[in-house]
Ligand binder design. Structure first.
Ligand SMILES: Nc1ncnc2c1ncn2[C@@H]1O[C@H](COP(=O)(O)OP(=O)(O)OP(=O)(O)O)[C@@H](O)[C@H]1O
Ligand SMILES: [Mg+2]
Length: 317
């Protein structure tokens, strides 16, 4: 449904102040290639300035690639940008609203531009309730998060086949981030094809089938979340009431990496039930999940720009 092939873009630094920097270029994208199948959710994950918005702007037909192409539904996003835009529900990273309007007036305007289908109004009401946004408020009195909610309502109410969301949870509080994740899962159930850009691994992990990691314009890895999840190892630190109970966990057949008095470190791959069954037989005082290997790998990726391509996760090269 979405196909990006060898997409490359070099930005020429405009308005350079000295001769030295005049005409210097910035690599926007370097031969980025990935595909999103119909009904799948794809997460584009990477630090600030990595190239996420640049990929999205090519998909929306706002900029022309130097090489390669972006296609949606087999339509070239640059040459057929009008048809592509009609297929896509797009949430920009930064929205410019007509500030004199209320949320409701803005959404009426957008619904009108897309043919005023009754479904828009049903969806709008449900979304405003889920996201807890008062649409009657003037936009100029809305906070950053409220404007983000308005943008999300606008994008989702139009019920497009393909959704392209540029950092959709930016500005949302943790409760609303959770509501948003549920909305994405709902759209996925309805068969939508979705591309989400983000800095945050947890929201990508919860919603996406595949994650593409981008850094300095290069897509350094594309992984299936399901596979990552199955193979990932989770580490738990458990404090029980007595050293005998710690010993009981040690003897239970679980993979215990350390026992110290009444504290145990347990490593679990995949199914959590054996751990929970064992813990049901002791008195647990503290139970903490340490950062997962995956999260550690992502932190490493952010800090050093390496890891995934070197197979830091076992079995992933
Ligand atoms: N119009 C432009 N002119 C020149 N350089 C640009 C332009 N747009 C983006 N860039 C550069 O391209 C690179 C990628 O930017 P992009 O906006 O795609 O990053 P991003 O991954 O979306 O980052 P963020 O997480 O901060 O939104 C950056 O180095 C940026 O400076
Ligand atoms: Mg961006």
């Amino acid at each position: 449904m979405i196909e990006v092939k060898d997409l490359s873009k070099t930005y020429i630094r405009a308005g350079a102040k000295s001769k030295k920097t005049a005409g210097s270029s910035v690599a926007g994208l370097k031969a980025v290639t990935f595909q999103v199948r119909e009904g799948e959710v794809f997460g584009l994950l990477g630090p600030n300035g990595a190239g996420k918005t640049t990929v999205i702007r090519h998909l929306m037909g706002f900029i022309k690639a130097d090489a390669g192409y972006a296609r949606i539904h087999e339509l070239d996003c640059w040459h057929n940008s009008k048809e592509v835009k009609a297929l896509v529900g797009y949430l920009p990273g930064e929205m410019n609203f007509l500030k004199e309007m209320s949320g409701l007036e803005f959404l009426n305007l957008m619904a009108g531009m897309h043919g005023d289908r009754p479904v828009f109004f049903q969806r709008r009401a449900a979304l405003a309730e889920d996201l807890d946004l008062n649409l009657k408020q003037p936009i100029k009195k809305m906070s950053k998060g409220m404007k983000q909610k308005l943008g999300i309502i606008n994008t989702l109410m139009l019920d497009a086949e393909v959704l392209i969301l540029d950092e959709p949870t930016s500005g949302l509080d943790p409760l609303m981030q959770k509501v948003f994740i549920d909305l994405v899962l709902e759209e996925k159930k309805r068969g939508k094809t979705i591309l989400i850009s983000s800095h945050m691994f947890p929201e990508i992990e919860r919603t996406c089938d595949q994650v593409g990691m981008i850094r300095a314009g290069e897509l350094v890895a594309v992984e299936e979340i399901q596979k990552l999840r199955q193979e990932q190892q989770r580490t738990f630190e458990i404090v029980v009431e007595t050293p005998e109970q710690a010993e009981f966990i040690f003897q239970s057949g679980l993979k215990v990496s350390r026992v110290q008095e009444n504290q145990v470190i347990v490593e679990i791959q995949g199914d959590l039930n054996p751990l929970l069954k064992t813990l049901a037989q002791v008195q647990v005082r503290e139970f903490t999940q340490k950062m997962t290997e995956l999260e550690e790998a992502f932190m490493f990726f952010y800090e050093r720009g390496e890891g995934f391509e070197q197979g830091i996760i076992p079995g992933h090269v």
